[in-house]
Ligand binder design. Structure first.
Ligand code: MN
Length: 252
């Protein structure tokens, strides 16, 4: 029986952050930890309490970070280093950040062990796939010629670019109750081999995997687009965040 004190508590969503080195001015060389505000407002709007988790290298402190939250949201950012899926860097690889990779891979493993829900966005989906044994196309246009679509849009962040087909009886399908969704698109990489134990939950019409979810066990899902940039104007994207926060609520 939950006490009155915990009954109204909002789930605490740990948002993974990015690392930036200041390049000019008096603070040149200073490292900053940050995340796009859209992640924070989308979690708040969905009824969760956002908290930022900085990239750290201390394992015990990382464990404490994960133990203190109800769920993990993995934000977008750099390419995942191809060494993590046993490939050398292609000339079309963009910026990578090994320090962030290592921290986030440890976070995913520990959160999985503790059965905390995990939701990955863009790079987050790609990293989940790699941690569980999958691989990536280092550059869609070069490595996946079957795709002729534009996946790196030139239009505004909350404008939809392409459609995705949603797999029946998937988490996405249960949440959105539709078969086709309009999404934005800001990625030049995509899933090559899907990790064992996962299923694709959405595809672009050119065959690029746009959503994944774990088949059994604790909630782990990811989307290749950026729903957090669309929650203000698109109810579907807001509903995705509400469903993730609902998963986190089960843990309180
Ligand atoms: Mn796309």
């Amino acid at each position: 029986m939950k006490s009155d004190k915990t009954k109204n508590k909002k789930p605490l969503i740990g948002i993974l952050t990015n690392l930036l080195t200041v390049e000019s001015g008096v603070f040149s060389g200073t490292e900053r930890i940050y995340v796009n505000r859209d992640y924070i407002t989308s979690i708040l709007r969905a009824g969760g309490t956002p908290i930022l988790l900085p990239i750290i290298s201390d394992f015990e402190a990382m464990c404490q970070q994960i133990e203190s939250v109800d769920a993990i949201l993995i934000s977008g950012g750099q390419d995942v280093h191809p060494l993590h899926y046993k490939e050398e860097p292609s000339r079309l690889l963009e910026a990578v950040c090994l320090e962030r990779d290592e921290y986030e891979m440890a976070v995913i493993k520990h959160a999985f062990q503790l059965q905390k829900p995990i939701f990955g966005i863009c790079r987050g989906l790609q990293l989940i796939n790699v941690v569980f044994g999958g691989s990536l196309y280092q550059d869609i246009a070069n490595d996946f010629p079957m795709s002729s679509f534009q996946h790196t849009q030139k239009s505004k962040k909350d404008d939809a670019l392409h459609t995705v087909d949603i797999a029946q009886e998937s988490w996405l399908s249960n949440v959105l109750e539709k078969e086709v969704l309009l999404t934005n698109s800001f990625h030049h990489q995509a899933i090559k081999n899907l990790a064992p134990g996962f299923r694709a939950s959405a595809w672009a019409k050119d065959g690029v995997i746009e959503g994944i979810e774990k088949i059994d066990g604790p909630f782990i899902a990811g989307v290749q687009w950026h729903p957090e940039m669309m929650t203000e104007k698109h109810l579907d994207m807001h509903q995705l965040f509400c469903a993730f926060v609902a998963e986190a609520s089960k843990n309180i």
